[in-house]
Ligand binder design. Structure first.
Ligand SMILES: *Cc1c(COP(=O)(O)O)cnc(C)c1O
Length: 378
């Protein structure tokens, strides 16, 4: 296997055999001419089932995670929806993180619960709590690491052991780390989920998702549901995602560099009461993070002294950091999880602190980002 950056630029992306086009074309077509009623020219028949631009993206995504199979979806949530339906039946149970991505929690709590799939939310840094939550009906352990927005770390290899002992599968939502920083399948996970909307796309211009696995039977189910339910990305979305992926390795290095600089500034600031970043030696799971991640990513969260009002005031005053949901783009974003991304967890076990801010540290000059935060903190 070639190196990561080489795979990101070339996997699934050979020059077009007909024209020599170095870049994979945007195959904007819904259907493909056939040579006979059962004769397909290039293996394609109808673009919900498969499209060459999407196929290039799927090959590349699999290569990035060191896997055999990749499937692309219209969003990260569409990927999660298909994974839940591929692995669970009414009466089954899943274990999820107690600070899961808000949309994932909503899908599981508000949609799948109505279809008879139960869940238990536990802090996955606590392996005993995960083991205790397993039931005979548990089919899936759903892991996010680092988590959103508190950046806790779960031990992927240990969770795989717990899941497999109970006859369940482990899915890792690898959106925050990206395959550049962490490859869960190599640590024993059964399937990786991505919101490619974030770092993989990397430019805040496209929504997408992916499921990646080495399990041929699971991939077959995923492909069946991808085609049956049809939440596929269009060719332009697949192309934008592929273009973003080409620079993933260099972008992640700079995201990490800038995040480290900002963490140091926040830690020293009197208006900040705590900083959450897995690269800090004081982070409770730093050793696990150092074992399974190459570096620690571009996401940082912190609590502001003075409660929700003080946190909201900081959000209102940054100029380089844009107040917006989402993450993983070239531009820096700031948000207030309790009122924005995680509003749906209010009043539940997954509720986040009102004084918490989340930063998606982008690729601007670190000095400008630091000056902006210092001015907003006053
Ligand atoms: C954004 C996100 C999702 C959902 O992906 P969409 O592309 O918005 O549907 C899932 N998990 C994590 C960790 C995310 O950040």
């Amino acid at each position: 296997m070639t190196g990561f950056a080489t795979r990101a630029i070339h996997a699934g992306q050979d020059p077009d055999p007909h024209t020599g086009s170095v870049i994979v074309p945007i195959h904007a077509t819904s259907t493909f001419a056939q040579d006979g009623v059962s004769g397909l020219r290039g293996g394609y028949e109808y673009a919900r089932t498969a499209n060459p631009t999407r196929a290039a993206l799927e090959t590349c995504l699999a290569a990035l995670e060191g896997a055999r199979h990749g499937r692309a979806f219209a969003s990260g949530m569409a990927a999660g929806d298909v994974l839940l339906r591929a692995t669970c039946r009414p009466g089954d149970h899943i274990v999820i993180p107690d600070d899961a991505y808000g949309g994932t929690f909503r899908l599981i709590d508000k949609v799948f619960r109505r279809w008879g799939i139960e869940h238990t939310a536990v802090g996955q840094a606590n392996l005993d709590a995960v083991a205790a939550a397993m039931r005979p009906t548990t089919r899936l352990v759903w892991c996010e690491t680092p988590t959103n927005p508190l950046l806790t770390i779960a031990d992927i290899a240990a969770l795989a052991g717990i899941a497999h002992q109970a006859g369940a599968r482990l899915v890792v939502d690898n959106t925050f780390a990206t395959p550049y920083l962490q490859t869960p399948l190599e640590l024993g996970a059964d399937v990786v989920l991505h919101s490619t909307t974030k770092y993989l796309g990397g430019h805040s211009d496209v929504i997408g998702g992916a499921l990646i696995t080495n399990d041929a039977a699971l991939d077959e189910q995923v492909a069946f549901l991808q085609n049956s339910a049809g939440a596929v990305p269009g060719p332009f979305d697949a192309w934008l995602t592929l273009r973003g992926i080409k620079t993933l390795a260099v972008r992640m290095e700079r995201h990490c560099d800038n995040a480290e600089r900002i963490v140091a500034v926040l830690q020293a600031h009197p208006a900040i009461s705590s900083v959450h970043y897995p690269g800090l030696e004081t982070h409770p799971n730093h050793e696990v993070a150092a074992k399974q991640m190459r570096r620690f990513g571009g996401m940082v969260s912190c609590t502001v002294r003075g409660g929700a009002a003080a946190a909201l005031a900081v959000c209102a005053q940054t100029r380089v950091f844009t107040l917006a949901e989402s993450l993983g783009g070239v531009e820096s974003l700031i948000e207030h999880p309790a009122r924005m991304t995680h509003a749906s967890t209010a009043g539940t076990q997954l509720e986040v602190p009102a004084e918490l801010l989340r930063l998606s540290v982008g690729l601007e000059d670190a000095e400008d980002l630091i000056d902006d935060l210092l001015a907003a903190l006053g």
